[in-house]
Design a protein around this ligand. Sequence first.
Ligand code: GLY
Length: 254
Amino acid sequence: MITAITRAVSPAIVDCQLSFIQRQTIDLQVARDQHHAYEQLLKKLGARVVSLPAEPNLPDSMFVEDTAIVLDELAVIFPLGTESRRPEADSIAEALSKFRKLKYITLPGTVEGGDILRVGRILYVGLTKRTNAEGIRQLAAILAPHHYEVIPVPVTGCLHLKSAATRLGRGTLLANRAWFDPSPFFSFAWINVDPSEPHAANALPIGDTIIFPASFPRTRARLEAAGFHVTPLDISELQKAESGLTCSSLIFHT
Ligand code: GLY
């Protein structure tokens, strides 16, 4: 069964971190409604959703993906790259401890899950302002006994690696290749985002469905032309908090 851990939108989301986009007014109720629709869609696609209560003092805490990576054998909990976000990881570790044994990256290493693009037993990890070389080194050391390979990927143009590239399935990545070094991905086929939609590379595959932001119709047409089954979802209010689709859940098999 697919399990998805999510967390309700913080009432403090208006004070979220922003790195590569300009601040706009966020309507809290619209953000909550869109997040609820996201959870409902995950359920409709067969996931069991474990929804944690909102953290009133942690603006970015709905972006649960950044706090951990969950593999079949274990979960690894991260010190996030933004110091003010680090308290988000405690309650996620508690929730994950019901499903996996836990390991921890420690400072000065930092990692955010938005930087981890997993394909089978290979983890491509973005080297960004949020994820540093020491964090990647520790992650590789923790995962080596479990036969995972960790490959660093320099990212320059966006917040996280998965802001620029996500896995669609069938050996294909969706990407904005201007924002990262694509050379480690030499064995993949690519679908490029439409040039008018540079932020459109973050898609969330669940089973045979690709959940995709409704705000990127031209890139969606490219996915559909390639034969992918796409379900659009309006996350326009959440995108004002520099959100993609993957960052709002931690998804794993139980
Ligand atoms: N607002 C998402 C982040 O910066 O982590």
